[in-house]
Design a protein around this ligand. Structure first.
Ligand SMILES: [Cu+2]
Length: 159
């Protein structure tokens, strides 16, 4: 019930933004990193593993990748570690803001299309369309994990 109320409030707020900016076709919540993709249009799959190393690092493998503008990627993500981990795609600055928020509210849960959180041993996927060129980031924002190595770059080049 709580969730329903929160969603309703969000819709009202979104509608308010839309009405306040009639000339802005992109909408308020458009992200520079792109948008949720259509699985039927995915042209490439990237397998990403998340794990803790023996010497205490927390890592993504691979820890960087290159894609083309407009490309839709299916990320198959596996948490091979013993702790929860997450994969969040965003601008580096946005991830930094989000990371600070998570330090204040470690139990914070999110249901964003650009992010997935997986318990140990679990798999999941994200289908994402990279709409803009630039350097973006994927990271785990659980307190302490970014600092232990859980971040990498996504280079999006012109098609
Ligand atoms: Cu993590």
């Amino acid at each position: 019930m709580k969730t329903l109320i929160a969603s309703a409030a969000f819709l009202v707020i979104s509608a308010g933004f839309a009405a306040a900016s009639p000339g802005h076709s992109g909408g308020h919540d458009e992200m520079a990193v792109g948008e949720p993709g259509d699985a039927a249009k995915a042209t490439r799959t990237i397998n990403v593993t998340m794990f803790e190393s023996d010497d205490g690092e927390m890592l993504f493998q691979p820890n960087s990748f290159e894609v083309k503008e407009g490309q839709t990627i299916r990320f198959n993500i596996l948490n091979k570690g013993e702790l929860d981990h997450e994969f969040v795609l965003d601008e580096k600055a946005k991830n930094a803001e989000h990371r600070e928020l998570m330090m204040k509210f470690p139990e914070m849960e999110h249901d964003d299309p650009n992010a997935i959180r997986l318990e140990a041993g679990k798999r999941g996927n994200i289908v994402w369309t990279f709409s803009n060129t630039g350097t973006f980031e994927f990271a785990c924002l659980i307190p302490g994990h970014y600092e232990s190595g859980m971040h990498g770059a996504v280079e999006v080049s012109a098609k």
